[in-house]
Each structure stands twice: as C-alpha cells, then as structure tokens.
Design a binder for this molecule. Structure first.
Ligand code: SF4
Length: 83
C-alpha cells in the first residue's frame, strides 16, 4: 500500500452511488492511467482477482476481472446477467 500510486484517489477507483455508464467509463479511464504508472500493478491485479474485489484494481475493472474468469461472489447488474 505504501507504493500504491492511487493513495488518496478513492473517488477515481470506486463508483459514486448511481454512477451512469458514461461517467464510469471516464472514471475508469483515469484509474487505468494511474494504475499504468504504478509499480505494484501486477501484485495488485493478482490480489483483486484472487480476493473477488469490487472496484478498479491493478488496471482492471470488476467486469474485466469477471470476464477473465475471476467472478465476484455477489455479482450485480450486467455482471449478474453475463454468467
Ligand atoms: S495498480 Fe493497484 S495499487 Fe497501483 S494504482 Fe492501481 S489500484 Fe492502486
């Protein structure tokens, strides 16, 4: 966590209530840029995949993890429909 480039940027990595799809795309693009400059990106991505995390971790959204085979324990919305 000490090496995380996202420290203090929670608003970029977790959605606001009732976030619209276009806002989500913009927010995740900003998060992806931060992740791509982060020196712990691989470890972060592996952790999120293996712990079924929500939010944007290691350059991946929840949906990207889901599509990569790392399913959420309690999927919601489009993720629940794509099983
Ligand atoms: S790779 Fe992980 S630790 Fe690094 S900025 Fe992205 S979410 Fe934060």
């Amino acid at each position: 966590m000490n090496d995380a480039a996202c420290r203090g940027l929670s608003d970029v990595f977790f959605p606001a209530p009732a976030e619209r799809p276009q806002a989500r795309e913009r927010r995740e693009a900003m998060a992806r840029e931060v992740c791509n400059s982060c020196e712990v990106q691989t470890a972060c991505k592996d952790f999120a995949r293996n712990h079924h995390e929500y939010g944007f971790w290691g350059g991946e959204s929840e949906e990207q993890r889901h599509l990569a085979g790392f399913h959420l324990i309690a999927p919601i919305g489009i993720r629940a429909n794509s099983k």
